[in-house]
Structure formats: C-alpha cells, structure tokens
Design a protein around this ligand. Structure first.
Ligand code: G3P
Length: 215
C-alpha cells in the first residue's frame, strides 16, 4: 500500500517527502482554507516537491463548471489529479475528464455502490472516508473491505484511497484489507514512526556506548 499525505501544509509535505515515505498528496477545500493561502499557488508548490499524484478538488456543483475548473487545475502540472465529489453531476464530469485522460479522484465516498459507480464512470481513484463513518457509529473499515472485494471481483483498475484516516491502526487495517493507498494526516504519519521500545532501545544503546567510548 502506498502512503499519500493528506495535507496542504508545505512544511509538513516537505518533511514527509524528505523521509522518503510518501508517493502523493491529497488536499481538499478545508485543508486549503486551513493554510489561508492561494489555492493554485499551494498546488503548484506541492507539485514541485512531491513526484506523484496531487489531488486538487473542484468546488463547482454542475458538471460543466467542474470540467472547466478541472482543466485549469490540470494545466498546473501533469501530476494533478482532480478531486470530485460523488454526485450525478460529479459522475458526468468524471466521464468527460477520464476521456480527456485527466485523472479523477472521486471523493466523499461513503458506500460501496458509490465507489462502484465512480469506477464505472472512469475515476482513477476513489476516496472512501473511514473516520467520518466511524464518527457516526458506522464501520468505516468495512467500506474498504467491501470496496476492495468488489473491485477485485470485477478486475476494476480504479485505486482505493483510504481517506479520513484518524490514527495509525486505520493505516494497518486499510493495508491488510487491500486499499491501494492510505492518505494520512502528518500527525498520523508521525505516530506511525514512533514506538516506545524504539525510543527505549536508542536510549539504552547510547547509555551503553558511553561506558566504552573512551576505551
Ligand atoms: O482529504 C479527505 C479526507 O481525508 C478528510 O479527512 O479528517 O476531514 O474526515 P477528515
């Protein structure tokens, strides 16, 4: 499973990219708003750092405007993927864009049927939102499991991005269930690196080294 960073913060993206662990970035209007900066400029800066798919979301609700927005965003960099919410208009735009070889990440997926429709419309990626389902007492990871099974049954080449990841266990579970990608907030990426026994191990090695370093 590949790891994408779910962030529009340039410092976080630079740091995660320096660790060599991320293969792409996803953004959404809320993440862009958090940075308080010009959308296209942020996307351009991300694309200059990370050599992989960079999801940028449209905000129009009708397909014609979605396609226009998508075409503008796609011109920023060849790695730009257009994030479009699953609606009838979104599906229509996805069909048009996929025929123009502009990749779509269909977002706000909360059911297996929505994921199947997105794949059939030509989406390159689907983003089931795990955490937001867990928040309302529904099984977010069950959605990954079902979607992965359906895509496998019919050899669909749409990639599953486990999104709305809240903690490291979500990442492990998504990998075990066959998500192609997990898009993780920087905080979760930091949590994934950590283990108390690693910290204790380093401390012990350094303490032991102190006793022999001048011998
Ligand atoms: O990028 C989409 C998704 O990961 C959002 O996550 O935490 O706002 O539910 P969250």
């Amino acid at each position: 499973m590949l790891i994408f960073l779910d962030s529009a913060n340039i410092e976080e993206i630079q740091q995660a990219n320096d660790w060599g662990v991320i293969s792409g970035v996803t953004t959404n209007p809320s993440l862009i708003a958090k940075e308080g900066r010009n959308f296209e400029q942020v996307v351009r800066e991300i694309a200059a750092i990370v050599d992989g798919p960079i999801s940028a979301e449209v905000i129009s609700l009708d397909s014609e405007q979605m396609v226009k927005e998508a075409e503008t965003l796609a011109r920023i960099h060849p790695n730009i993927v257009i994030k479009i919410p699953i609606t009838p208009e979104g599906l229509k735009a996805t069909k048009i864009l996929s025929r123009q070889n502009i990749k779509v990440n269909m977002t706000l997926i909360f059911s297996t049927n929505q994921a199947l429709l997105a794949a059939r419309a030509g989406a390159a990626f689907v983003s089931p939102f795990i955490g937001r389902l867990d928040d309302i007492n529904q099984d977010g990871m069950g959605l990954i499991e079902e979607t992965a099974a359906v895509f496998r049954n019919f050899n669909l080449d749409t990639q599953i991005i486990a999104a709305s990841i809240r903690h490291p266990l979500h990442v492990t579970q998504a990998a075990l269930l066959g998500a192609h990608i997990a898009t993780v907030p920087f905080k979760v990426l930091q949590q994934m690196v950590k283990h108390p026994l690693t910290d204790a191990g380093i401390e012990k090695f350094l303490a032991d080294w102190e006793t022999v370093k001048n011998k």
